[in-house]
Design a protein around this ligand. Structure first.
Ligand SMILES: Cc1cc2nc3c(=O)[nH]c(=O)nc-3n(C[C@H](O)[C@H](O)[C@H](O)COP(=O)(O)O)c2cc1C
Length: 201
């Protein structure tokens, strides 16, 4: 079957897209408002986009043309942290996705520990074994939208924090201890499944 996105409604597009593009890593983004209030929320429209220099992207949808707190904070301060989500933190990640008021601190609401970053102001999630401090280098709001579109944020990684418990020799990550979680469609998530290797051609 074919579906022209111009001819199906927004929720149908969302289901097709988020059901097809899986598994999606989750960028759990901590940011801070200009008044110094920390914020934490998950974004699965997220990925790494380059290594030289290292960059990541995430995007926030803009329901009814309104900005999410994360978007407002990152646009104002040009800084954010990506905290990677694991089996240990997935429930608390879900708690932080609730629509809290701008003055409410999701770290506190979800029982997470904010710890200082080295180069930027937003705190990191202590319970996350891999966190990356980022500086915003570019943002772009999709044009031609009907409901508010989405704003894509691209950040340059200025510091990696890798807990020794997930670090092997020579900068490799230990998948047995890392236990990352990815998002599928709706309320579904996945752990790492069977791992296999193919020699690079
Ligand atoms: C696993 C997961 C992934 C999500 N991914 C996105 C996303 O990619 N883009 C988005 O706008 N919202 C996404 N959300 C919803 C936001 O996390 C939610 O709107 C949150 O309240 C935003 O917080 P903020 O207003 O503090 O920025 C996701 C929620 C969950 C649970």
């Amino acid at each position: 079957m074919q579906f022209d996105p111009q001819e199906i409604d927004q929720s149908a597009i969302y289901k097709l897209l988020t059901g097809a593009v899986i598994p999606r890593p989750i960028g759990w983004i901590s940011s801070i408002s200009e008044d110094g209030i920390p914020n934490l929320a998950p974004f699965s429209f997220f990925n790494a986009v380059g290594e030289d220099p290292p960059h990541v992207m995430f995007s926030t949808v803009r329901p009814n043309n309104s900005n999410k707190d994360t978007l407002n904070n990152v646009l104002a301060t040009k800084q954010f942290v990506v905290n990677m989500v694991t089996e240990d933190t997935v429930e608390r990640m879900n708690t932080t996705s609730q629509a809290f008021l701008p003055h409410e601190d999701e770290f506190e609401m979800a029982g997470l520990t904010p710890i200082p970053s080295l180069k930027i102001k937003p705190p990191r999630v202590k319970e996350s074994p891999i966190t990356m401090e980022c500086e915003l280098v570019h943002h772009y709001t999709l044009e031609d939208h009907k409901f508010g579109g989405a704003t894509i944020m691209i950040g340059k990684i200025v510091m990696f924090h890798i807990d020794e418990s997930v670090l092997l020799d020579n900068y490799k990550i230990n998948l047995d201890t890392y236990k990352p979680v990815a998002r599928l469609a709706g309320s579904n998530y996945s752990k790492l499944g069977e791992i296999f290797s193919i020699k690079r051609s």
